[in-house]
Every structure is written in C-alpha cells, then in structure tokens.
Ligand binder design. Structure first.
Ligand code: GTR
Length: 410
C-alpha cells in the first residue's frame, strides 16, 4: 500500500472497458461459434502478450512416480497419495510433488478440487504425522522470498493455509494440491532455480523478452501439468476438476483455467489486481504497485501500463469471459479493499454477454450484492465479511457451487 492508493469510490474514474464482443478488425461477435473461433483466441493472445507472458506452447514430456500412500488418511476417510511429477524430463525439468486425496467412500471416479498451496503439502493437512517437505523448508529459510509472509500468517492461524479436507472429502470430492514453490520460488530471482530456467536453453542466464512468461504464468503452467497427470488417474473424474486459488494463486488459477479448457470450473478467491478485479478502476492495488512489489509476477510488457491502465488492450471482465461457458465463482472479502471487491464483482458482471452467447445466465443480479449473500448461476459471487483469506464460509460456497454444477447430490 502506498500513499496514492485510492479507496474512494468517487475517485475510481470512468474509463470505458474494451468491448468483449468486438474483434480487433471491428467484427461484432453475435454467436458462440464466432466467439470460439475468433474473439476468444484474440483475447487469450492479448493476455499472454501484455499481462502474464507466454508460456511454452510445446507439449512437455512428463513422468510421474508414486512416492507415498496412506490408505487411511484423515481418520480413515481418504486415501492420501504423494506423486512426484517430473515436468520436462527427470534430470532436466522441475519436480512437483502432488498430494492427492481420494474419498474412501467413493465407488466411482471422483470430482476434485485442484489448487496450489502456499506453505507445502504438509501445511494443508491437519495430520501432523506427515513428514515436512524438505524443499519447502529450504525455501522458507531463503530470506529473500516474499512467500515467507505466508509462513508468518500460518503461525498466526491464517485460514488460507489449511484446507478443510475432511469437509471436502465428506461431500464426495477429492483434493489435489502442490506447493507453488516447486515450480518456482516466489521472489525476483526465483526463476533461476525454477521452471523458467529449466526449460530455457540459456538456463539461469536467460534474457527474457518483454512477452515472456512471468512467475504467475509459470505457476499456471504447473497447474496444467498437474492436470496432465490427473487425466491419467482412473480414480479421478477428469471432466469434473475445479481449479481453485487464493490471492496470487487465484491469479494463477484464473490464467490456467483461461488457457486450459480441461478445467471444468474455476474458483477465484480474493484474486484482486492482476486476478479478477478490473484494472481500469482506480481502487486498491494498482498495476504500478503490483509491478513494483512483485516485479517477477508478470511479463515485462505489463510494466508499460503502470501509469496508464486505461491503455491496456484488455481488462479482467475478459479474463472472466475466457472461462465461459464453464462455471466461474468469484469470492471477495469486505475488508480486502486492496483487492477491490467491487472491481471483482464487476468483472463477472461485464463477462455476462459472453455467457449469454451460450444461453447461460451469469450473476442473476444487476447490483453488487450485500455482504454474505451469495448470488449467481454460472457466474457465482459472494462478498464475505472479514479480511483477505479463505475461510470455512468461502469453502461452503465453493462446495455448494461445484456440487450444483457437477450434479453431486448433497
Ligand atoms: C499481496 C499482493 C496481492 C495478493 C496478495 C497475496 O501482497 O499485493 O496482489 O496477491 O499479496 O497473494 O496474498
């Protein structure tokens, strides 16, 4: 936060948003076919060039190995597996350790929530018998790493760290999660030991182009590689995988869901600036401050818009539109003004014309709803009371929304 941060609704400015249904050559999108073949690829390309940076398009070789299994995890409710996923070859790429929970009550392949975690797989689970992931320990000892803030939050009881695994399993869902630092440590030099160096011919001497991938794009790429593995696992219903992310990991989940349509549903929790909140609204975190505080998150090109968000060729309602026609849930928190909760709602609102092309109702309301009153059909939304976090209340809404769309009886 700096002195120029605006929290006055009267000063947000009134910059028109790019027209989500107008192609770059002026063509108006009138049906889903035109959206799919013409406008959607244009918007994806703009986000990758100007915001997140391009991740490698080529198919990457992945191998995996089961490294542990507990058939009676969570008090006998679930099987817990740890799978090492080697992305880009065992010796050349990066290794992601995916924790996978499958309900013991399941008789069929299960729907599942997939998301990165902030503090290592052991931190997600209240089972203290899980060995500490040593790679995570090394990262948290790195004084430069901004993720250390989250370690402090964890000690303070920040709820986002721990997932309500029992509750999720009891509703019939599986869970898959990995530590985001497995892909790349979260600090400006983190790329040197992460996937962006591993996959580049020049390794840690790589000179990035202005449209090359930043860390958020790298974490999103990791989510897609976890998906590559999950589609091969017969215990998982790969048609029913919901992608979830909080805050910076919400930005990563959105970008992964936008690019990879294998994800059936996307849940953005307090993803804020560079996530789902509209960049043109001068409220809370700005492009300039996010680029200054986290220079490694976005593409070099994104810095061009530090002083002029209104010149960005896209805005975040178009990110929401990239999820269409798949269900999207946007969760905001009332005290999380830094993330601009109203800007998060409006991004969903202005994505509705694209859901309409598919005959799908969106939020079902015209006004920003009052606190703790969830709304929406294919675009779900709530403004929770309280601060920046993922709470039991948020999970209740996510479980309800995913159960509805995946037709899971509750
Ligand atoms: C903040 C950052 C936000 C949000 C958050 C988080 O410091 O400014 O955009 O991503 O970190 O990830 O917790």
């Amino acid at each position: 936060m700096n002195e120029s941060t605006n929290y006055d609704e009267g000063k947000v400015g009134n910059h028109p948003l790019p027209n989500v249904l107008e192609c770059e050559d002026g063509t108006q999108v009138r049906d889903s076919a035109c959206w799919i073949s013409k406008r959607r690829p244009e918007i994806l390309d703009l986000f990758s060039r100007y915001v997140y940076g391009k991740s490698p398009a080529q198919q990457i070789e992945i191998e995996w190995e089961e490294i542990s299994v507990n058939l009676n995890a969570l008090g006998g409710r679930a099987k817990r597996y740890e799978i090492a996923i080697f992305c880009g070859g065992k010796n050349r790429g990066v290794r992601v350790d995916l924790a996978l929970y499958i309900p013991n009550s399941a008789t069929n392949p299960v729907p599942l929530f997939l998301g990165c975690n902030f503090n290592g797989n052991q931190a997600v689970d209240s089972d203290s018998s899980i060995p500490i992931n040593t790679r995570w320990m090394r990262n948290t000892e790195d004084g430069k790493s901004v993720v250390n803030n989250h370690a402090t939050d964890y000690a303070r009881g920040f709820e986002a760290t721990r997932w309500p695994l029992e509750q999720i399993i009891e509703k019939g869902f599986g869970v898959a999660t990995f530590y985001y630092g497995d892909i790349e440590a979260d600090h400006p030099e983190g790329w040197k030991t992460g996937v962006r160096a591993a996959l580049s011919p020049d390794k840690d001497l790589t000179q990035f182009e202005d449209d090359d991938w930043g860390a958020i794009s790298a974490w999103s790429w990791g989510l897609c590689r976890a998906m590559d593995y999950l589609v091969t696992n017969l215990a998982v219903d790969s048609q029913k995988i919901a992608l979830i992310g909080h805050s910076r990991l919400g930005k990563a989940a959105l970008w992964a869901g936008a690019q990879d349509e294998r994800f059936a549903l996307v849940l953005s929790n307090n993803s804020g600036a560079g996530g789902i909140s509209l960049a043109r609204r001068n409220f809370g975190e700005s492009i300039a401050s996010i680029n200054e505080n986290f220079p490694h998150w976005f593409s070099g090109n994104y810095k061009r818009f530090n002083q002029s968000p209104q010149t960005l060729p896209i805005d975040m309602h178009e990110m929401a539109a990239l999820i269409a026609p798949r269900p999207l849930y946007i969760a905001s928190a009332q005290e999380d003004l830094w993330a601009d909760p109203k800007g998060e709602f409006l991004a969903g609102k202005f994505a509705e014309p694209v859901y309409s092309l598919f005959g799908k109702p969106g939020l079902g309301v015209t006004e920003w709803p009052p606190v703790n009153q969830p709304v929406g059909e294919n675009i779900g939304y709530h403004l929770r009371s309280g601060k920046h976090d993922v709470t039991a209340y948020d999970w209740e809404q996510f479980l309800r929304f995913a159960s509805l769309h995946f037709r899971i009886p509750q």
